[in-house]
Design a protein around this ligand. Structure first.
Ligand code: SF4
Ligand code: SF4
Length: 110
């Protein structure tokens, strides 16, 4: 193969073989609407916590899908459970319950 000089940095890879899937599996079982999320970002755009911090609910749901769960406990604490994200979601995803279930999963597995 031709060596074009490009490499993939280890810290930019998603290692599905060693990903921690326990949180997404728990959340998907307890709040199945996570599976119909379009990843459109409307929830993030309206998020009260996101207006004042770097909290990003869309990013968090993506992170747990690929098993990136470091700092999740600290991140999730920024959510105020106000429910605005749920009001604007075009798919009716129960985002607030997803956050509650992520909290439960963290307590169970971390
Ligand atoms: S608004 Fe709903 S569909 Fe869009 S990213 Fe958020 S949870 Fe997913
Ligand atoms: S419930 Fe949490 S994620 Fe949803 S809008 Fe409020 S602060 Fe943001």
């Amino acid at each position: 193969m031709i060596d074009f000089g490009y490499t993939i940095n280890k810290d930019r890879q998603i290692d599905f073989d060693n990903a921690d899937r326990r949180i997404i599996e728990y959340v998907a079982k307890e709040e199945s609407t996570i599976s119909i999320c379009l990843i459109c970002g409307a929830c993030t755009a309206t998020c009260s916590a996101g207006n004042f911090t770097d909290f990003n609910i869309r990013k968090i749901t993506n992170m747990i899908r690929v098993g990136e769960v470091e700092n999740l406990r600290e991140e999730i604490k920024k959510c105020m459970l106000c429910g605005k994200c749920q009001l604007v979601c075009p798919r009716g995803v129960n985002t607030r319950n997803i956050i509650l279930k992520i909290n439960e999963a963290i307590k169970l597995f971390h």
